[in-house]
Design a protein around this ligand. Structure first.
Ligand code: FEO
Length: 408
């Protein structure tokens, strides 16, 4: 094991997590910049570890703890979230550390037993407190952010919120703090994380943000379970979470498509022409060239989703079905849509796509555009008109901002 060292993030707290430079697929989410599994060591009278790491990274966690303290001196472990990227090494850490107590939310106690057969986990109620002797942790349930067991914990003495998945991002780096990283990277990876992990729970995220704001907790550090620790840009990330959770959509459309012999691609580009002519910002995303996670990231503030597929074996392209399946699960609200595609003889793709969009509660702007074989000039004009029609529907929304501006 290489000499991994802890990083002090406040008077009494050290980051003791692990860096996963190699991961490129996190349960279907393309993680092009890797990730970190963050864990935190609180040097209170009751020495406390907040969360652990994914199982293969346990020794890195132990090495970082050892750079500060003998792991056997840990008295308490708090499990804020039972998903295995944070709890995978918990059973073996319990064997090694033999902590006096392990704490989790009420649902966390159930989840840890169901995952690992762990007994004797102490349940913390919502707003429950854990006495660390000379310090105190307050726990707030954040059910479904990200799992039913999720909770956040707050250390008043250092004004730190341990936020588990919330405010996290998949970003491997040796820089531990927000102000040590480029703003455009922070914005892109935080928005990608929100879109892929939390979008479905936006209504809950909005309540949690309000609850944190209303709690009166003074927060100078947010320590999530992935990515950098927030210490300089907390108002900025909180404001972004408010916007994303409120689904503040912009005058922006995404076209997702695949093509067999270039016809559907030609249609996509003609629709793009209509949208840009109508003053809408457009992203044209080939389902072959773009991961589902990247598509959803663009959907975080897009007001229109236009989907194209040729007809293949009386159906749609599998690449397009993959992305639609993923989007459907994340339930983006407030979006309008349309479908298009070329065909040879049977031509079911637009009907199938329309059914998908309607099933996703996406309001159809038109019945869509079908073209047999190769589009002629008049077919491309119909596509351009479709783009204009969609643009008309969203023309009054605000322009998308390039939000790399940060609070100082
Ligand atoms: Fe990072 Fe929901 O686990």
């Amino acid at each position: 094991m290489k000499a991994c060292r802890a990083v002090q993030i406040s008077d009494n707290v050290y980051w003791v997590g692990a860096i996963d430079w190699d991961i490129r697929n996190f349960h279907g989410y393309s993680t092009n910049r890797g990730t970190t599994y963050n864990a935190y060591l609180i040097l209170a009278e009751k020495v406390t570890l907040v969360d652990t790491v994914k199982a293969p990274f346990r020794d890195e966690l132990l090495a970082r703890i050892r750079s500060v303290i003998d792991p056997e001196k840990i008295d308490y472990i708090i499990s804020n979230h039972a998903e295995m990227d944070h709890s995978g090494s918990l059973p073996s850490m319990i064997d090694i550390v033999k902590p006096e107590k392990v704490f989790a939310s009420v649902k966390g106690v159930e989840a840890l037993e169901q995952h690992f057969g762990l007994k004797d986990i102490t349940a913390v109620e919502d707003e429950g407190e854990i006495d660390l002797g000379n310090m105190k942790i307050t726990c707030l349930e954040t059910r479904l952010l990200h799992w039913p067991d999720s909770m956040v914990s707050y250390l008043a003495e250092d004004k730190i919120l341990f936020s588990q998945d919330g405010f996290g991002m998949h970003l491997a780096s040796n820089e531990r703090f927000d102000d040590e990283l480029e703003d455009y990277v922070l914005y892109y990876e935080a928005s990608k994380y929100y879109a892929n992990i939390l979008l479905l729970y936006s209504h809950i995220a909005a309540k949690v943000i309000n609850r944190i704001n209303d709690s009166g907790l003074e927060i100078t550090t947010i320590a999530p379970d992935h990515g950098p620790v927030w210490r300089s840009k907390i108002p900025w990330i909180m404001d972004l979470y408010k916007k994303w959770s409120a689904r503040e959509l912009k005058k922006k459309a995404i076209i997702v498509y695949d093509s067999m012999w270039d016809s559907t691609r030609m249609m996509a580009r003609a629709i793009e022409d209509g949208l840009t002519e109508g003053g809408v910002h457009v992203k044209v995303l080939s389902a072959t060239a773009t991961s589902r996670a990247e598509v959803v990231t663009e959907l975080i503030d897009a007001a229109a989703l236009i989907v194209g597929s040729p007809t293949l074996n009386n159906h749609i392209f599998p690449t397009v079905a993959d992305i639609l399946t993923y989007i459907k699960g994340l339930k983006p609200k407030g979006v309008v849509g349309a479908a298009f595609g070329s065909y040879g003889w049977s031509g079911e793709s637009v009907r199938v796509l329309n059914a998908w969009l309607e099933d996703m509660k996406i309001e159809l702007v038109s019945e869509g555009v079908r073209v047999q074989y190769v589009p002629k000039a008049e077919d491309l004009e119909r596509c351009r008109q479709l783009g204009l029609e969609v643009a008309k529907r969203i023309e009054n929304l605000p322009d998308p901002l390039v939000v790399t501006r940060v609070c100082t």
